[in-house]
Design a protein around this ligand. Structure first.
Ligand SMILES: [Zn+2]
Length: 255
């Protein structure tokens, strides 16, 4: 269910997180700054270690055994479909007070925390200030942006974007594109493909091909949100960049 690229787990930020967890010193509010593509994967990875009885993701304690394809009963997530509303945030803050089910802790996670509106952000204030003794709040965000009252209560772990994504060349010509599509379609984890597209977006932007880069950026957003399979993402990237197909035509299909 979770898969993090080596560029994430080999960096110093990941090492710092693991170190804090192994010493059991993770504070009650944690801010994780990482590109949207990796937010869910990072959350699952950190939660696996943090909820495990000895923080090793041992695989056999009650908490480790409670993981399924649907997640974990003590990991509550707001923002699965984009920035969470104030109602969703309020419910999250309430639910984290309930006793843990399979672990000694509960995690309330807010995805897109940099993009939630002010009311939603304010509704998280109380839980960040006075969490229940078993509770933790994780704010996951692409940009290092939180309202000051939440910021001052959170411990930040920043995964530098430039360390995670290297510029990748866009396939050159029809044959190269077809070979790329065939290879991309075999990727089991769409997140790997999205990381690759981010690399292409970066090289398009550096060549001044801003329209193509923007289209790719929108595709990455759409693909993550709609959980598109790798084969479809690869075909859409081809249409967008090689065939110059307008992104609006693509997004119309997913309304
Ligand atoms: Zn365990």
């Amino acid at each position: 269910m979770y898969h993090l690229p080596a560029s994430v787990t080999q960096g110093s930020t990941w090492a710092g997180l693991m170190e804090a967890m192994s010493r059991s010193v993770l504070p009650s509010a944690v801010a994780l700054v990482i590109p949207e593509t990796y937010q869910r994967q990072l959350l699952w990875a950190v939660a696996r270690y943090w909820l495990c009885e000895d923080h090793t993701y041992c695989g056999h304690c009650l908490s480790c055994m409670a993981w399924s394809d649907d997640g974990h009963p003590d990991v509550l997530v707001a923002g699965n479909d984009g920035p969470p509303s104030v109602d969703v945030c309020r419910k999250l803050a309430d639910d984290v007070h309930l006793s843990p089910v399979a672990s000694s802790r509960r995690i309330a996670a807010v995805l897109w925390a940099d993009k939630m509106n002010l009311n939603a952000a304010n509704s998280m204030l109380k839980i960040a200030e006075e969490p229940p003794s078993h509770g933790h709040v994780f704010f996951l965000m692409e940009e290092d942006r939180l309202i000051p009252t939440l910021r001052s209560r959170s411990w930040f772990f920043r995964f530098p974007q430039e360390e995670l994504i290297e510029a990748l060349p866009v396939p050159d010509g029809e044959a190269a594109w077809l070979a790329w599509i065939a290879r991309a379609g075999q990727k089991v984890q769409a997140v790997d493909l999205l990381a690759e597209l981010r690399g292409m977006e970066m090289s398009l932007a550096s060549q001044g091909l801003l329209k193509e880069a923007a289209g790719l950026s929108q595709l990455i957003f759409l693909a993550g949100r709609a959980h598109l399979p790798a084969t479809m993402i690869a075909d859409l990237a081809y249409l967008l960049i090689k065939e110059d197909y307008p992104f609006e035509h693509i997004s119309d299909h997913f309304r």
